[in-house]
Write a protein of this length. Structure first.
Length: 340
């Protein structure tokens, strides 16, 4: 009698349930800050030493490594859908919780951006041991990516900035930075707003703010954001922190120092950072390239993970081929994607 071979049970995404989870989760320290890391590709501790293959015309380019940074009040989990796409394509990448967010240690008192700079630099240096690093960030993560690109001592060969704030006046800047009255009123209410009401409001606002179409919002991602505002005290603390960050953004950039390939991504349905901000960044860095997606919201990694993963992969491959040198032409034509 011949035994019949049964197919392996299939889990989410069509992957057999006995296959290892492609996204690995661990905790590591960068610049003295303990944080959570989501990773695909060879682990740092297990990755083989890079082989340098001599050939006519130079060394064989090594595969790029993507470092993904999230935005304010977000976490590495925002990149999970994209990490899944990158894992399927065999691309090495990590996403980290920035200090003060997710499961990372809180920021210390004082200016926020210098602490985040030191943390980002430590992540880049760790990954650069394994291959050329391309840094990509959304919102605050886009700011940190740009600031890292200004640091010529970092071994970064390319940077992607998605909806980075601070270039054009926006609803976000006006509300948080220039018009703090609503925040002061909220903080001075005689009775704290009940936690259930804070969470109910957050559940309504989060999909509208982060997604291009709130009807397409992932319930798990929305739930993750609402847990950041469990009660009145946590909400007022985050608002005050946001005011400090907006104030620091006024002097956050030295864009003339960016000499590596830069991709600026502007999102047409972004309700926090207008697409004009991405266009302004492209103008201020002449060698940069611009992608405008009219159908993306503030967090395109949630709106369209396959397209974002493909965009990052394509850009990273080009940065490796160029050896981290921007295109020689000054007048780069903007790449304007068709709307969905």
């Amino acid at each position: 009698m011949t035994a019949t071979q049964r197919p392996a049970p299939v889990g989410r995404g069509g992957r057999p349930t006995n296959d290892p989870e492609p996204i690995r989760e661990s905790f590591r320290r960068f610049a003295g800050m303990r944080t959570r890391v989501l990773e695909v590709g060879p682990p740092v501790a297990e990755a083989p030493a890079p082989k340098r293959t001599r050939r006519k015309g130079g060394e064989k380019p090594r595969a790029p490594r993507l470092v993904l940074l999230h935005g304010y009040c977000d976490s590495a989990d925002t990149w999970r859908p994209v990490l899944g796409e990158l894992a399927a394509a065999g691309i090495a990448a990590i996403a980290v919780d920035l200090p003060g967010f997710g499961d990372a240690q809180p920021l210390r008192p004082g200016p926020m951006l210098p602490q985040l700079d030191a943390f980002t630099a430590a992540v880049v240096r760790e990954q650069a041991v394994l291959g050329p690093v391309v840094l990509a960030g959304n919102s605050l993560g886009g700011t940190m990516s740009l600031r890292a690109a200004q640091n010529h001592r970092l071994p970064t060969i390319g940077v992607v900035s998605i909806a980075a704030p601070g270039f054009v006046d926006s609803w976000l800047v006006r509300t948080v930075g220039r018009n703090p009255l609503p925040l002061r009123l909220y903080s001075s209410l005689p009775l704290p707003v009940p936690g259930f009401l804070v969470r109910a409001v957050a559940e309504q606002l989060v999909p509208r703010i982060l997604y291009a179409d709130s009807r397409q919002a992932d319930a798990g991602q929305v739930r993750r954001f609402t847990t950041l505002f469990p009660d009145y005290r946590a909400t007022t603390s985050r608002l005050e922190e946001a005011r400090q960050l907006v104030a620091e953004l006024a002097d956050a950039y030295r864009l003339d120092q960016i000499r590596i390939p830069l991709l600026a991504v502007a999102c047409g349905k972004d309700k926090l950072v207008t697409p004009a901000s991405g266009r302004k960044l492209h103008t201020l860095v002449p060698h940069s390239r611009l992608v405008v997606r009219e159908d993306w919201g503030h967090c395109p990694q949630l709106d369209d993970p396959p397209e974002v993963a493909e965009l990052l992969t394509f850009f990273a491959a080009g940065a490796v081929r160029s050896g981290g040198r921007p295109a020689p032409t000054v007048n780069t034509v903007a790449e304007d994607s068709a709307t969905g």
